[in-house]
Each structure stands twice: as C-alpha cells, then as structure tokens.
Design a protein around this ligand. Structure first.
Ligand code: PGA
Length: 255
C-alpha cells in the first residue's frame, strides 16, 4: 500500500481579525508541535490578508503550513480584488483551496473555470486542495456518485501524471458543510473509494494510491477519529472547528 500524506487543513473562511488570527495561529502552532504526530501535515487556510502574518508566526516548520482559500485563473493584470497564484507562491504560501462549494455556489465557479485555476496553481508550484461534493438534492436523487466523478474529471483529468500527484482532493458533501450534519464514516469511505477508483481509471492505480483525499463537512474532535480510520480517508478539511485551537488540534491528533 502506497504511503499517502495525512493532512488536516483548517479552512478559516471569512473569519477573525488580524489580532484574533495571530492568536489562533500561535496557539495552533504550539499545540501541534507538542502534541501532533510528526507525520501529520497541518495547513491553516486563512483569508488572503492574513497569509503573511500567519506564515511569519508559523515560521519555517516542515509540518504546519499556511494556505490560501482561492486564487485567480489569470496570470496578472487588470483584475481588481484578485490574488494570483504567482503572488501566493512569492509569499511562500504552499497550498491553495480551489473549488470550495461556497465559491461554486456564491461566486459562480464551475468546472471549466476551476480547470484554469488548477492549472494556474500548479504552474506556480502551489498544491491545490481541490474540493468536490454534492448538494443535498443530488444525494437524495442518488446522483452523487456521477456528479462528484464529473467534478473531478472536468477539472483534473487533463493533468499529466506528474501534476495530478501534486493535487490534494477534498470530498465535501455540501449538505454536511456548516450544518453539524456529518457524513457517516461509511458514506465518506464509499465516496473516497469511488473517487480513487475514478482516478485509477485515468492515471493508474499506482498514482491514484498516492493522492490524498480529505473529507470535509462538520468534522469535529468527536467524529474525526472514526472518519480518519477509514482506509481511503487521508485527513480532513475543517471549517468551523478550525477556529478553535484546542478542538482543531484534537482533530489533527485523530489519526
Ligand atoms: P465545516 O466546513 O467544517 O464548518 O462544515 C468545512 C468546509 O467548508 O471546508
């Protein structure tokens, strides 16, 4: 069995002031260094304005990193308010979340756009945390498998073998995000196995076995252990619970 990276990423979304963000980052850093197993990678995905101060607080750790929550599909130019992959890279920020369901829902992000964002991120050697996942009505119609396969296919299947290996995937059923309604570990495992099998059909089993697939959607300190125990769940993308240092650290300790 190939060794995949175990990753716990916090998605802070649009929360915290600079002072609060700095406090959270330094608390998490201290707790992670003292308590979390050294083979678990921790990523703090902050609002873009906090990337640099948080990065400074984290220092040059090889186990706790900062990540952006989005990047532009464009290289540079007249795109007011946007942040490019090159800018993120130049600030020594190694990760970027792409295609989060909130971006898909509120900012009209779709497959073709996300293909461009994935390419922009990889061009600048960022690690995309690529999100996929079905809304409730799609699951109720039992169409979740085909939708998630399509999301993965349309934004990632054009990549070379070398580049897909740099991508981290996050499966986040939309009905579980911020709702307190977590997928069962069986539901998560089933979908992660489907995603991995789909990757294997395109890139081969050896490559598919190397790609970390995170679960996201109401992960907390009480349910993380059971979720992360599933063979195809390689960690979590954590929203609400990442805003509390103690709870987030407990999640990162759950492997
Ligand atoms: P949640 O968010 O943990 O608050 O459900 C997860 C996410 O949106 O990434």
């Amino acid at each position: 069995m190939a060794m995949r990276k175990k990753i716990v990423a916090g998605n802070w979304k649009m929360n915290k002031t600079l002072e609060e963000a700095s406090m959270l980052a330094s608390e998490v850093k201290g707790m992670v260094e003292d308590e979390v197993k050294s083979d678990t990678i921790v990523v703090l995905c902050t609002p873009s304005i906090f990337l640099l101060p948080v990065r400074k607080i984290l220092g040059d750790s090889n186990r706790i990193f900062v990540g952006a929550q989005n990047c532009s599909e464009h290289e540079s130019g007249a795109y007011t308010g946007e942040t490019s992959a090159a800018m993120i890279k130049s600030a020594n920020v190694p990760y970027v979340i792409l295609g989060h369901s909130e971006r898909r829902q509120y900012f009209g992000e779709n497959g073709p756009l996300l293909t461009k964002k994935v390419d922009a991120a990889l061009k600048h050697d960022l690690t995309p945390i690529f999100c996929c996942g079905e809304p409730l009505d799609v699951r109720e119609k039992n169409a979740h498998e085909s939708l998630v396969k399509k999301q993965v296919e349309e934004s990632l299947f054009h990549l070379s073998d070398a580049l897909i290996r740099k991508v981290v995937i996050a499966y986040e059923p939309v009905w579980a995000i911020g709702t307190g309604k977590t997928a069962t570990s069986q539901q998560a495992q089933d979908m992660h196995a489907i995603i991995r099998k789909h990757l294997a059909s395109k890139f081969g089993q050896g490559t598919a076995d190397l790609i970390s697939i995170l679960y996201g959607g109401s992960v907390n300190a009480a349910n993380a252990k059971e979720l992360f125990a599933s063979p195809d769940v390689d960690g979590g993308l954590v929203g609400g619970a990442s805003l509390k240092s103690r709870e987030f650290t407990e999640i990162a300790k759950s492997f």
